[in-house]
Design a protein around this ligand. Structure first.
Ligand SMILES: N[C@@H](CCC(=O)N[C@@H](CS)C(=O)NCC(=O)O)C(=O)O
Length: 220
């Protein structure tokens, strides 16, 4: 038995945010790839860990008073890891709440909406009428990017000068727009100057670079 955190993931934005956090926090962990293209997430073994059949999930072997603790939902995992290490979630109540607020904004807004944008512009079957979905989620993705751009005006990180789990949660989703969804032109990604500056600064951090590469997609 090991005390190391067990990470079950894949290098998608929801997975990357957790591996970035683990790397930045300096927590020892073992990474296990769950290939969602091969339906690994529906295996009995994985459902024992995450009954919702989605990556990421973690097991902290000593998280429940020395006993194993399973955690699903990337936002909950980030809060758990931040509380476990005392890192990247400010203690000061206003800053703490700002961090949680932007984390929730990512979890309930940016992530699901960008995901739908990707679905309708890249993955949905082309023989269907996709125009309504494409229009709806392109508009929403642009709106969210503008909210982010405004929030980052004059700031190094989401809540100001302090790097937090909100940055870890949001950044991989912005990268994904170009990397997975090829949306540079559709969403005018070059025009978001504050956002691009923030992404570039984060991507210079060795722990972020490493976190982005954990559990790469296996060759098909
Ligand atoms: N709200 C969840 C979303 C997780 C999620 O949607 N994961 C995707 C990959 S990014 C997944 O596992 N998809 C597999 C499936 O839907 O079957 C979280 O943030 O952890």
């Amino acid at each position: 038995m090991t005390d190391k955190i067990q990470l079950y993931s894949l290098a998608t934005p929801n997975g990357q945010k957790v591996s970035i956090a683990l790397e930045e926090m300096g927590l020892p962990y073992d990474a296990h790839t769950i290939d969602i293209r091969k339906d690994d997430q529906f295996s009995d073994a994985f459902i024992q860990i995450n009954p919702n059949s989605k990556i990421p999930a973690i097991v902290d072997p000593v998280g429940d008073q020395g006993q194993p603790l399973n955690i699903m939902e990337s936002g909950a995992i980030l809060i758990y890891l931040a509380e476990k290490t005392g890192k990247f979630l400010p203690q000061k109540p206003t800053k703490r709440m700002e961090t949680i607020q932007w984390l929730m904004w990512q979890m309930a807004g940016l992530g699901p909406m960008f995901g739908q944008f990707g679905h309708f512009t890249v993955y949905a079957p082309k023989e269907r009428d996709l125009s309504y979905g494409q229009e709806r989620y392109t508009k929403e993705a642009k709106r969210l990017l503008n909210v982010l751009e405004k929030q980052l005006e004059g700031k190094s990180f989401i809540i100001g000068e302090e790097l937090t789990i909100a940055d870890f949660a949001i950044m991989p989703w912005v990268v994904c727009l170009d990397q997975f969804y090829d949306a540079k032109e559709t969403l005018y990604l070059d025009s978001f100057k504050n956002t691009n500056r923030w992404v570039s600064n984060l991507m210079e951090r060795p722990a972020v670079q490493k976190g982005m590469e954990v559990c790469p997609f296996p060759e098909k």
